[in-house]
Design a protein around this ligand. Structure first.
Ligand SMILES: Cc1cc2nc3c(=O)[nH]c(=O)nc-3n(C[C@H](O)[C@H](O)[C@H](O)COP(=O)(O)OP(=O)(O)OC[C@H]3O[C@@H](n4cnc5c(N)ncnc54)[C@H](O)[C@@H]3O)c2cc1C
Ligand code: SF4
Length: 457
């Protein structure tokens, strides 16, 4: 069924221009000039701010002396997904946010792009920096192939474990492949990292859903321990009339298309409304504008200062002429012949403060209005995969559906460890990587640390 009105198709060149790297790669000259600005601080605050604690001054120093291989080794030893993190990390609030240059009133060091420069130089020349460790005879399964499982599997493979990753998707990489905005990273970038991890001897079994295609008891029989890195699930529903009309999409499902389908084949309304104000909502509206939608609205029932999206992401969407309707609450999706034609909204105003300190929006009587749109995207958070998690014997969940773990990342069932979005409720790639590595250490200790060999060439 077609949408009420669709956005005009752009030329392939326009799509590529619109989705070009938002932080373009540095040239060798730019990298060397930028590296020379670094003060190589002792107890560097950037290293402390990075969840994987990459030794930032050390890798930048190596860039400045032309030792790109050494630089990449510093990065990838601390964070095997250092390449994608260089592209997608919110560096403004992590390493670069902590840079001492701020105190001097200068621009922070461009750490993310230097990191990408060093790691790309290895990837482009197809160097394999790490080797699989000599087999210690122990087998570990990872459920999910997102950043958490990838980092866990890579660590374990370096220590001699035989690791198999199971993922229900066709392609590996989790949201790194399917979810992160195309102007930050393409699916091919993520798949290149997957290949690096495959070369460490990690086995990938795609299109296998654990709990459906393989039952837990079989997995437990075949593997000494199991890491759960299943992330979060589908986008939450709006629970409002009209939600089942054609033209209402979940944010994750919409963004996924921008990652794996040709831009020209994506179904897009001429006018699009996105409900929510997190980073995912901002990714949706920015993508919709760049795909050619004439008008794109972001709708949030509270004020701008209460949006959970990073400020710099909101600014990006503003530059793309997205219309932000703050203090606006959607009431129902309107349609004709089963297809979206509009969104009925009311204005709100800040009410009494809630316990969490966020404004309790109150409807302004008589403020109803209709927005003519052809597509509505729900970006009100992802649901936890509670049903799946509950089917693992002994696993305990927090009230918000995330998995309870101890400081070794071990769950209530000692054979199962967990990390990433399914335990932290949805953070960043770098946090999932840090979790995966910590879980690998916990898992290794529980299995008696049968490490055999050094992990680098
Ligand atoms: C739209 C969007 C944009 C984002 N943008 C950024 C960004 O710019 N920068 C950033 O740092 N972070 C970003 N993030 C967050 C980041 O993508 C996640 O924090 C990270 O991917 C979490 O990794 P994970 O391994 O825990 O889970 P995921 O990446 O979600 O991977 C989980 C994997 O488990 C698989 N799986 C689930 N259940 C099963 C099962 N039963 N059997 C087999 N496989 C299963 C899934 O198919 C999936 O591949 C974004 C997230 C979203 C949703
Ligand atoms: S991984 Fe991310 S936070 Fe850590 S140093 Fe690199 S860009 Fe900064």
């Amino acid at each position: 069924m077609p949408l009420h009105e669709t956005a005009p198709k752009l030329t392939p060149e326009q799509y590529e221009r619109n989705f070009a790297d938002i932080k373009p790669a540095l040239s060798a000259r730019q990298a060397s000039v930028e590296a020379a600005r670094c003060l190589y601080c002792f107890d560097a605050p950037c290293t402390i701010a990075c969840p994987t604690h990459i030794d930032v001054p050390a890798f930048i120093k190596k860039i400045s002396t032309g030792n790109l291989l050494g630089s990449a080794r510093v990065i990838l030893s601390a964070n095997i997904l250092g390449e994608s993190c260089g592209r997608v990390c919110p560096t403004e609030v992590l390493c670069e946010g902590a840079c001492v240059m701020h105190e001097k009133g200068e621009e922070p060091i461009d750490i993310g792009r230097l990191q990408r420069y060093a790691v790309d130089s290895v990837g482009d020349r197809k160097f394999q920096l790490f080797r699989r460790g000599r087999s210690n005879g122990k087998r570990v399964a990872c459920i999910g192939s997102g950043p958490a499982s990838l980092s866990c599997a890579a660590e374990l493979a370096k220590w001699g474990y035989e690791v198999t990753i199971f993922d229900r998707n066709e392609l590996a990489g989790g949201l790194n492949t399917y979810g992160i905005a195309a102007y930050k990273t393409r699916a091919s970038d993520s798949l290149r990292e997957v290949e690096m991890i495959r070369e460490l001897g990690v086995q990938f079994r795609q299109k296998v859903e654990i709990g459906r295609d393989i039952v837990f008891t079989d997995l437990e029989e075949q593997f000494g321990a199991i890491f759960i890195g299943v992330g979060l699930g589908e986008t939450r529903e709006l629970k409002m009339p009209g939600e089942d009309l054609h033209g209402v999409y979940g944010a994750i499902e919409f963004i996924e298309k921008t990652k794996v389908a040709p831009f020209s084949e994506i179904e897009l309304g001429g006018k699009v409304a996105c409900i929510g104000a997190g980073n995912t909502a901002v990714d949706v509206v920015t993508a919709a504008r760049r795909l050619g939608a004439a008008a794109v609205y972001l709708i949030y029932r509270r004020g701008e200062h209460e949006a959970s999206a990073f400020e710099y992401e909101v600014e990006l969407a503003k530059k793309d002429s997205v219309v932000f309707l703050w203090q606006t609450q959607p009431v129902r999706v309107l349609g004709q012949d089963g297809v979206v034609t509009g969104l009925e909204c009311v204005r709100t105003q800040p009410g009494s403060r809630e316990a969490a300190g966020r404004g309790n929006a109150q409807v302004v009587p008589g403020s109803e209005f209709t927005l003519g749109v052809d597509m509505v995207v729900r970006a009100v958070g992802q649901k936890p995969v509670t049903e799946f998690l509950r089917s693992v014997k002994g696993l305990q969940l927090h009230a918000n559906g995330t998995v309870q773990i101890n400081d070794q990342f071990q769950t209530g069932n000692p054979k199962y460890f967990a990390g990433g979005d399914c335990t932290n409720g949805g953070k960043e790639v770098v946090d999932a990587v840090a979790d995966g590595m910590a879980a690998a250490r916990g898992l290794d200790a529980w299995l008696g640390s049968p490490r055999a060999v050094s992990s680098t060439n």
